[in-house]
Design a binder for this molecule. Structure first.
Ligand code: GDP
Ligand code: ZN
Length: 360
């Protein structure tokens, strides 16, 4: 359990405000926060004015990692109500995503982050587009990035994946590790010194919770001491900060689910479309334009699987990705475009019987 602001990452040379209590936001719930400061962790709430301002700009509300000035801290620590967040102190960095139709409203994901760790698993399908998106997100927020390659115990030799990652992201450090074998964990810890804040980015299932569990095996979690049965931490918590055994600070983010809208609106995801262009090409023949290829009548994709023309595993990974993104990766428009390109290509290259070669 941290007891000083320095243990929560506060720079000791930074002057404290004359009045009010400084604390760090360590968890974000629906409309309320956990703040950690001298004395412990307590509920904190933004003012009505901040909520109002946030309708114009979401950065007006605190996010996990923020340093805030609070009123009523002692009372909140004592369990009588929530502390009031009077002010958000200037942010050293702010990780944001830009959501659909709200191009002018960047949505904060984490504040005062020193390094962003993009996690991808050694045994999973590597999506260059997704990797690029996370790295772009960090670069846009001017946060240094590293790639952490999880579950290397599941592959014989991580070398080839590391090499592939190195070609995809030439200037980003890559760190292979496994929470099962323990390989690479020491190096990973060394990436985030004590009192520095890291944010973990990666699709769900990639191993973020397992890593956090390994890092905080014995240390207190700042968000745990609060008795919040009735507020259902697990159902409402969106982001949390953890203090690792070695004193480094870690912010977990939800997986692609939350980032999906940002990703989709930013630009069409060429790489991922290409990754499923086999499905997209077939999907152009589905009866319904918005077919999910999930049991709809007249679905050409499921028919192709049944006919043995498309491997079932392709459709499974398509659905998996689709769920994560909450978007149909190869939507019908794209599918049609790809199908048309394919047909055009096929026309161009297919030998046409009865015509001399040079007329092709
Ligand atoms: P998260 O969704 O990113 O938090 O992923 P989890 O930490 O929940 O991990 C997803 C699955 O991968 C779980 O079944 C874990 O047991 C497994 N897993 C996580 N890390 C490793 C690892 O290093 N090696 C192996 N073999 N499995 C892992
Ligand atoms: Zn279909």
């Amino acid at each position: 359990m941290p007891v000083t602001l320095e243990e929560l990452g506060w720079d000791a040379s930074r002057p404290l405000p004359a009045d009010g209590t400084v604390a760090r936001i360590v968890a974000e719930h629906r409309g309320a926060y956990h703040a950690a400061g001298v004395g412990g962790v307590a509920w904190a709430e933004a003012t009505g004015r901040a909520f109002l301002a946030a309708t114009r700009d979401k950065r007006e509300l605190p996010t996990v990692g923020d340093w805030v000035v609070l009123d009523r801290w002692t009372e909140a620590l004592g369990g009588t109500g929530a502390a009031v967040i009077r002010e958000i102190l200037p942010r050293a960095s702010l990780l944001v995503r830009r959501a659909a139709g709200e191009a002018s409203l960047p949505q904060p994901l984490a504040a005062n982050v020193d390094i962003g760790l993009v996690m991808t698993s050694a045994n999973g399908d590597l999506s260059p587009a997704r990797l690029d998106r996370y790295l772009t997100l960090l670069a846009d927020s001017q946060i240094p990035a590293a790639i952490v390659l999880s579950k290397i115990d599941l592959v014989g030799e991580p070398g080839p994946v590391v090499e592939l990652l190195a070609t995809l992201a030439p200037n980003v450090p890559i760190l292979p590790f496994s929470t099962v074998s323990g390989a690479g964990l020491a190096e990973l810890r060394a990436l985030v010194p004590p009192r520095r804040t890291a944010v973990l980015l990666g699709s769900s299932g990639v191993g973020k919770s397992s890593l956090l569990n390994a890092l905080v095996a014995t240390a207190g979690l700042p968000t745990r001491p609060i008795d919040d049965n009735d507020r259902g931490r697990h159902t409402t918590t969106r982001r949390e900060m953890f203090v690792a055994d070695d004193g480094s600070l870690w912010i977990d983010t939800p997986g692609m689910r939350e980032l999906a809208r940002w990703a989709r609106d930013d630009k069409p995801d060429e790489d991922e479309e290409d990754a499923f262009d086999d499905i997209a090409a077939i999907a152009a023949k589905c009866r319904f334009r918005d077919c999910n290829h999930d049991g709809e009548p007249g679905c050409a994709v499921t028919e192709a699987v049944a006919a043995g023309e498309l491997e079932a595993i392709r459709l499974v990974s398509f659905h998996k990705l689709g769920q994560e993104h909450q978007v149909a990766v190869a939507d019908q428009k794209t599918a049609r475009r790809i199908a048309e390109t394919r047909q055009a290509k096929a026309k161009r290259y297919a030998p046409r019987p009865g015509k001399p070669d040079d007329e092709r």
